[in-house]
Design a binder for this molecule. Structure first.
Ligand code: UDP
Length: 321
């Protein structure tokens, strides 16, 4: 086991925040999780608090008005709503969270010489014209569209991270996360995996946006957070950006069919309009992660969907909204 570190996880009460916090506590570290609870839930951390006691501290805090000022060894910046319906609910707040959050947390990292990881996203590639997407691809983002608050916010955060590193030698790491899924997703977060699981379990129609031929590559949450850990543990001269995702690529229609089969559901499929600027294809090129981090995903979609469905099945149907 590595020696215990003091670690700050922003967005710690969210979906990936929970899985990362669980991994860090399991490794014997001390974690402060902060979250403004816009999409996260403090109750997500209850089981970890019970198991690890004082090794976990939760603070309700917004990174835009950060007051946390304690010596830490590592910072994982996951604070930002990540599901399109949520990041578009308060679009200016989303961009502010990316940009102001990055500035405040980088200042904290600089002050205490902590390593800091920015959770960036495959959305920086936008509606990609290069497939699969390597880190060297600069992307195809509409700066004026409804997704821009997130895409451009995350792109700007990356830019601030790299400038901080160049100007002050701040010990940064930038990870570009591709669609992740698994237990602890909020049933109502509006993402495709949670929507389909919830709809299939309730016997409601599965809502396919557009013709369902668009693709995504789904990475199981435990693989994703293992990637974060590997990045944080890499040498200081490896700063990224690095893709973390599962190269297994599926159409949204294929995903719907898998969920229907696994839930033994009789739900129909209905078509809804495709959201504006919805990327047509997405698949990570993970050559860099394999080479530099010796990381690759181990859990296929067929293996990761059953525990995800089990998680949603634990909710009373009335709470699956
Ligand atoms: N999608 C869908 N039905 C839904 C929710 C999403 O067909 O109920 C589609 C969406 O248009 C997109 C894909 O599934 O093409 C992934 O959407 P999600 O919101 O999960 O993630 P993102 O668009 O950020 O990759």
């Amino acid at each position: 086991m590595t020696s215990p570190k003091r670690i700050l996880v922003t967005g710690g009460a969210g979906f990936l925040g929970f899985h990362l916090t669980a991994l860090l506590l399991q490794q014997g570290h001390h974690v402060t999780a902060i979250d403004n609870l816009f999409t996260g839930r403090e109750s997500n951390l209850a089981s970890l608090k019970e198991k690890y006691g004082d090794a976990l501290v939760f603070r309700k805090e917004d990174v835009r008005q950060l007051t946390f000022d304690e010596e830490v060894d590592e910072i994982f910046n996951l604070a930002c709503p990540a599901s399109p319906p949520y990041y578009q609910k308060d679009p200016i707040g989303t961009t502010e969270t990316c940009v102001i959050g990055a500035l405040k947390l980088l200042a904290l990292a600089k002050k205490y010489n902590a390593k800091i990881m920015q959770a960036s996203t495959s959305e920086v590639y936008g509606d990609a014209q290069v497939h699969p997407q390597p880190e060297t691809y600069w992307g195809n983002v509409n700066p004026d569209g409804p997704r821009a608050c997130y895409d451009e916010g995350k792109r700007c955060a990356e830019s601030i991270f790299f400038d901080h590193h160049r100007l002050f030698g701040t010990r940064i790491k930038v990870v570009r996360i591709f669609n992740s899924y698994g237990p602890m997703m909020q049933p109502g977060d509006g993402r495709v995996v949670s929507n389909f699981c919830r709809q299939a379990i309730k016997g409601e129609p599965l809502t396919i946006f557009g013709d369902g031929a668009q693709t995504r590559s789904f990475c199981y949450c435990k693989d994703t957070v293992r990637g974060f850990r590997a990045l944080m543990d890499s040498d200081d001269d490896f700063i990224g950006p690095v893709n973390i995702g599962n190269p297994g690529e599926f159409t949204i229609l294929e995903l719907a069919e898998k969920v229907l089969k696994l839930t033994d559901s009789k739900s129909e499929i209905v078509r809804m309009p495709l959201p504006i600027n919805d990327p047509k294809v997405r698949r990570p090129d993970i050559t860099l992660a394999r080479e530099k981090l010796h990381w690759s995903p181990t859990i296929s979609l067929d293996e990761g969907l059953p525990p995800t469905i089990d998680f949603f099945q634990q909710f009373p149907k009335s709470q699956l909204y």
